[in-house]
Design a protein around this ligand. Structure first.
Ligand code: GLU
Length: 507
């Protein structure tokens, strides 16, 4: 099996593009095939600098790797279509010789005039096709000598000669049999006047030359497929299998999730942050939001594919094992950001600490928080990860560590303080001071013993102490919090509380 991902570098890679790349990757790895990255940059007017680098960086971040591509080389190099220009022109002329294409000389003004004329006559929008081609300036209507003459002296394009009255049928691995009538199709330009191929020609020629066996791409390319099928026929080449992936829909189901949706829906539609080189406009990315790549990959895999077993959490390896095109659905998949976060949370809980440490360290620094050792940070992550879906939330969840509570406490927290416990704070302080080794289990044992001896309600004692030490009513285990704060800080926070609340200091 040979599959490819063939993005056009016209901007940042949309999250739907990442899913297309992912499905291709999963199949290539599952079937021990090859995965090619091909940059389809023949439309120079839409080229955006930095887009190719972005695509590679985004996919690398996701753990999607290629066997061939502009960044890794390979036997079919070059992998940028702009560097393969000469190849396509040859094939386009070949099609003219075979009677499947023709030269057209109409200028932009002439085409526009024709469009206006057709519009004025109240007819359907003009398209260059089996009927209208006979009224245009091309090698089918002009005498051979004039054609020769024009080929030498003026710009021309090569158009596909769409056959009349044919039903083009092909099998789609996801949709089953699909058919189009050539009446609905126009004579697409294959080679432009600047000698560059259009998408259709370059795409088919390269898929053939690169030995692609499965074309797996977004549903928006389905209408192009009949032309591609005819191109394979015209060249006499064996056709690859086709699979068109369902659209990604907006959360309300109201249409396609597009690049333009940007941050308007409240969540990123790009894998990484992107700054538009022309407008300077910034769009947020999943990486910067604090997603783990394994979370994004797992979520995207489920957008349009259903595993055989009732299960939602997968690592990349498990996806490779479980994935198949048979279980990809035809219906569009609605994007669900809350679900994406939930899946990320599950991966955050499972990730090895060493993977999280560098990212959290970076966030810690960016927030300007006082330096801590890796050991302490690792323990903080352990404490926080039960309560976080995204990386920055890990830091939020251990706010107690770097921020003393704001005193006096505000309502409704203040009224949760237990007066009896507050009166006994000097005793608690003394109890803590007598502790031989400042560790959570010992702290727990001692405190419990004391609470029991004093006949106090355990829940109220813990809540009051939690409020005094963290200013919050919920959070990680209080004993773990105390251990991490250390004996001195705990004692200082208790003293500070007593000062603010006017409780007499202990011994
Ligand atoms: N260059 C096309 C794109 O931008 C490729 C479509 C295909 O995979 O054939 O998506």
């Amino acid at each position: 099996m040979v599959v490819r991902f063939a993005p056009s570098p016209t901007g940042p890679l949309h999250i739907g593009g990442v899913r297309t790349a992912l499905y291709n990757y999963l199949l290539a790895r599952k079937h021990k095939g090859r995965f090619i990255l091909r940059i389809e940059d023949t439309d120079q007017t839409r080229y955006v600098s930095g887009a190719e680098e972005y695509i590679i960086e985004a996919l690398t971040w996701c753990g999607i790797t290629f066997d061939e591509g502009p960044h890794v080389g390979g036997p079919h190099a070059p992998y940028r279509q702009s560097e393969r220009k000469a190849i396509y022109a040859e094939y386009a002329h070949e099609l003219v010789r075979r009677g499947w294409a023709y030269y057209a000389f109409d200028t932009e003004e002439e085409l526009e005039a024709m469009r206006q004329k057709v519009k004025a006559a109240g007819m359907e929008a003009f398209q260059y096709d089996a009927v209208t081609r006979m009224y245009m300036k091309n090698s089918l209507t002009l005498p051979p000598q004039e054609v020769e003459e024009r080929l030498r002296s003026q710009p021309y394009v090569i158009r596909f000669l769409m056959p009349r009255g044919r039903e083009v049928r092909f099998y789609d691995e996801i949709r089953g049999w699909v058919s189009f009538h050539t009446r609905e199709l126009d004579d697409k330009v294959l080679l432009k006047s600047d000698g560059m191929p259009t998408y259709h020609l370059a795409n088919v020629v390269d898929d053939h030359l690169m030995g692609v066996t499965h074309v797996i791409r977004g549903e928006e390319w389905l209408p192009s497929t009949p032309l591609h099928v005819l191109l394979y026929e015209a060249f006499g080449w064996e056709m690859p299998k086709f699979a068109h992936l369902p659209l990604l829909l907006r959360p309300d189901g109201g249409g396609k999730l597009s690049k333009r949706d940007g941050d308007q829906l409240g969540f990123p539609v790009f894998p990484l942050r992107w700054k538009d080189p022309h407008t300077g406009e910034e769009s947020s990315g999943y990486r910067e939001r604090g997603f783990l790549p394994e979370g994004v990959v797992n979520y995207l895999a489920l957008l349009g594919w259903h595993p055989a077993e009732d299960r939602e959490l997968f690592t990349m390896e498990e996806l490779i094992e479980a994935f198949s095109l048979e279980r990809v659905s035809k219906a569009g998949a609605r994007f669900d950001y809350e679900k994406a976060k939930w899946i990320n949370q599950q991966h955050l809980r499972r990730a090895p600490i060493e993977r999280l440490l560098p990212r959290v360290e970076q966030l810690w620094r960016e927030r300007g928080l006082p330096p801590v050792s890796q050991l302490v940070l690792a323990r903080l992550i352990e404490l926080a990860r039960e309560r976080a879906s995204l990386l920055p939330e890990l830091i939020e969840a251990v706010r107690f560590f770097y921020e003393r509570p704001a005193l006096p406490l505000k309502e409704p927290l203040a009224e949760k303080l237990h007066g009896g416990v507050i009166a006994l704070l000097p005793e608690i302080e003394a109890l803590f001071q007598g502790i031989s080794s400042w560790e959570a289990p010992l702290l727990e044992a001692k405190l419990k013993e004391w609470v029991k001896a004093r006949g106090l309600p355990m829940g109220k004692v813990l809540l009051t102490l939690r409020l005094i030490l963290t200013g919050e009513e919920a959070g990680p285990s209080l004993y773990a919090i105390m251990e991490l704060l250390g004996a001195r800080e705990v004692s200082q926070r208790i003293q500070r509380f007593q000062e603010v609340y006017g409780v007499p200091r202990g011994v």
